[in-house]
Write a protein that binds this ligand. Sequence first.
Ligand SMILES: [Cu+2]
Length: 351
Amino acid sequence: MRITRSNAMILLFSITAILSVIAVFPAISEAQSEPKTFVTHSGAVVKTTGEVLDPLYTSATVEFDPMEYLRDFNYGRVLQLSDGTTVREFTIIANDDEIMEVSPGIFFNVWTFNGTVPGPTIRATEGDIVRIKFINNGEKEHTMHFHGIHPAGMDGVFEPVGGNGGQFVYEFEAGPVGVHPYHCHVMPLEEHIVRGLYGVFIVDPKEERPPADEMVMVLNGLDMDFDGENNFYAANTIPFYYQHHPIQINTDELVRVYVVNMVEFDPINNLHLHGNLYKYYPTGTDLVPSFYTDMITLSQTERGIMEFEYDYPGKYLFHAHKVEFSEKGWVGIFLVNDKPTNDEQEIEYGT
Ligand SMILES: [Cu+2]
């Protein structure tokens, strides 16, 4: 072969390329020879040197009791300012590497506020100062975005909080009266919400609502295979939970349910109550009910307060009347007991 200028250039490039491959190859080969351990959605532990789509890295599962969550209200650490204003301090820690057994044998990589989905129910009275020390112990950026009235800098949108210990203090006056969601507002938003970074914020009126057996229901969905469709639906995360563990209430006692729809992908959700009708306060902002109904329809983050009493004891279903949702987990039972005559047997109110 005659050595021309162009042949020489090609030869030089080829030698350089071969030398580069030789130099880099040991590193690649070393990396690939170290298998990593992953947990899959079926709970199996696998070792592989290949890429794993949506791996679950830890084997510590989230403990979540929907019955405990139902009536668990967090009022924070209370401080009193000299002018009499109440300050309520909360610490909320975000994580994004936890696993939750959402149904027997079905594991899901949840992202959590304080270790659960939904996060804790935060409760204050209108006019209180809410101060939230937010710590992001996840890998990704997260925020806390509250629905309600507050300054722009407290909106949790344009101030992403970095992972691995990033911090931010949200502080605002609680208002307006009602029931509001809070959720992470980092892009891609759909993923940050569907993974579980949301919870409920209740603002009580200064003149308290009448005493009642109060509870929180977050309507949510789980997209297990990341195809943009939910595979399970639930009230408070665990499909069918309140069907297998009926919520006990009493006849002739006021029940107040703070309901928030956090289902993504499906444009609407709804809630039907059996054997009864309820007064409904959309967003809970008005103290006079807007409807007396057995069915409400809710879009994303739509919410409100339901109030009802049962005259007759027995088992009553509550569920999505969108039958697909109820058959995939969004169904529960109220077990209505005859109101005990002995005061000591009365169930404890959540307030
Ligand atoms: Cu987030």
